[in-house]
Design a protein around this ligand. Structure first.
Ligand code: 5AD
Ligand code: SF4
Length: 456
């Protein structure tokens, strides 16, 4: 029986990976993806809890979807409405109370049970709730990664190797929504990497909420850290590029840092959130690193890989942040230099320790600081992009552009590059000459010879 599945994914790359796996799990049940909830027999909202008012936004989206569901019921049709991800985990029973028309609420650790949950929905009257935390079970029961419209597309893929977080930064909901740290066994990760290569993947991004705290069982019966795991992934024939995210500064150990100097496939670009440049604020945030420790990590990385570049996350206006604290953040930004960054005003998340602190920073101060910080970060990003003009850069072409005849790929530094090239170049690494730098992308050109035109 053919059915249509619509998944809307919010938030981080881990959710993108989870949504793809949900499609894999549901494929044997006859579900294939579609592009709008109106066409769907099942709608899944794969939610993220990290942004402000995340739960409220999900409830209003659910209100809209309920109208579509009721329309369908009016026409004698059905629609299963499911909420997955971190908001589902955090809201749990509350979601079934506030939105009783939702059929399924399940957390990030439960989606391997989707077939069973769907069977329960059609058998039972009422909704199904599954927000337990048995991480290993999920990975064991997931089907193999699939190819085509329903699975991995293109030359770049995500691979979740670690989940959860034990760090408990005072502002963050992740330890509550994703649960305790868990690392997948290396053997499983290597098998998945090989399968991805067989499906045409050349670049793999190893994912985890706290990816560099990876400590999974190695193939020889002892635990491996991320540095060791990357070495083994790099040995898989056909893997040309490796990335990992998101990392925690205090977990950048020697083995991982030296991997950056020794493994060519490991891209010279690292997302390493620092959050603040003030030791006082970092301590209040319950971060296990200071500003100088961060600087030292960057220095050590640059020593082994001189072309490495960094991106980061910043929070301004954490409770108690003074002008001097903020100046220290600006000082760190100017000293380290970031080629890309995400920056946010602190906003209290219910249930996290920082939300109940009484020294909250005024909104106007946060707005002003964010403006100053983003101005500097944007300037650094543009300067880096401009420094690429006039160079030939390796670009993995992984998707067609919006304009016909155009293909888009990524440099080692994740900058999107638009080039004109024949479609059969998709999935290859080329070395275009970079001609134009914009705030968020580059444009380049290929010297296409008669010989390369024939490359299949
Ligand atoms: N307020 C503002 N930013 C936050 N982040 C996480 N929680 C909060 C919060 N309560 C930001 C952090 C993190 C990124 C994913 O989101 O910078 O690294
Ligand atoms: Fe959240 Fe990252 Fe801190 Fe874990 S390390 S609590 S995921 S900000």
């Amino acid at each position: 029986m053919f059915k249509k599945l619509y998944i809307k994914t919010y938030g981080c790359q881990m959710n993108v990976y989870d949504s793809d796996r949900m499609k894999d799990v549901l494929k044997p049940l006859g579900y294939s993806p579609c592009d709008s909830p109106e066409d769907a027999d099942m709608v899944i909202l794969n939610t993220c809890h990290i942004r402000e008012k995340a739960a409220e936004k999900v409830y209003s989206e659910l209100g809209r979807l309920n109208k579509i569901k009721n329309n369908k019921i009016g026409q004698g049709l059905e629609m299963i409405l499911a909420v997955a991800g971190c908001v589902a985990q955090a809201e749990s029973e509350e979601m079934l109370r506030r939105a009783p028309f939702v059929d399924l609420v399940f957390g990030p650790q439960a989606y391997h049970n989707l077939p069973e949950m769907i069977a329960r929905v059609s058998r039972a009257k009422g909704s199904v709730l599954n927000t337990d935390f048995p991480t290993q079970a999920k990975f064991d029961y997931l089907p193999e990664v699939m190819v085509g419209k329903e699975g991995i597309e293109g030359a770049s893929a995500f691979l979740t190797i670690q989940e959860g977080c034990d760090k408990f930064c005072a502002f963050c909901v992740v330890p509550y929504t994703r649960g305790a740290e868990f690392s997948r066994p290396a053997a499983d990760i290597l098998v998945e990497t090989k399968r991805l290569v067989d499906l045409g993947v050349k670049e793999v991004t190893l994912l985890g909420q706290n990816v560099n705290s990876y400590h999974g069982m190695g193939t020889g019966g002892i635990e491996w850290g991320l540095g060791r795991l990357i070495r083994e992934v790099a040995e898989v024939d056909g893997i040309e590029r490796i990335r990992y995210m998101t990392s925690y500064p205090a977990d950048m150990d020697e083995e991982l840092i030296s991997a950056h100097g020794e493994i060519e496939a490991l891209m010279p670009f690292l997302h390493l959130p620092v959050q603040s440049g003030s030791d006082k604020v970092l301590k209040a945030m319950n971060r296990r690193h200071g500003a100088d420790q961060y600087r030292q990590i960057v220095e050590r990385l640059e020593k082994v890989r001189s072309d490495i570049a960094l991106s980061s996350d910043f929070i301004v206006g954490f409770p108690g942040e003074s002008d001097t604290d903020f100046e220290n953040t600006m000082k760190l930004v100017k000293e380290v230099g970031f080629i890309q960054a995400y920056s946010f005003k602190y906003s209290p998340r219910p249930g996290t320790p920082a939300a109940s602190l009484d020294n909250q920073v005024h909104e106007t101060v946060k707005t002003e600081r964010l403006k100053i910080l983003q101005h500097e970060l944007n300037k650094q990003q543009l300067a880096f992009n401009e420094s690429c003009v006039g160079r030939n850069m390796p670009v993995l072409l992984d998707r067609p552009g919006r304009i016909k005849g155009q293909i888009v790929g990524r440099t080692p530094y994740m900058q999107p590059v638009h080039i004109s090239a024949p479609e059969h170049f998709l999935g290859t690494i080329v070395h275009p000459y970079i001609e134009v730098a914009k705030a968020n992308s580059l444009a380049g050109s290929l010297q296409i010879t008669e010989q390369s035109k024939n490359v299949a």
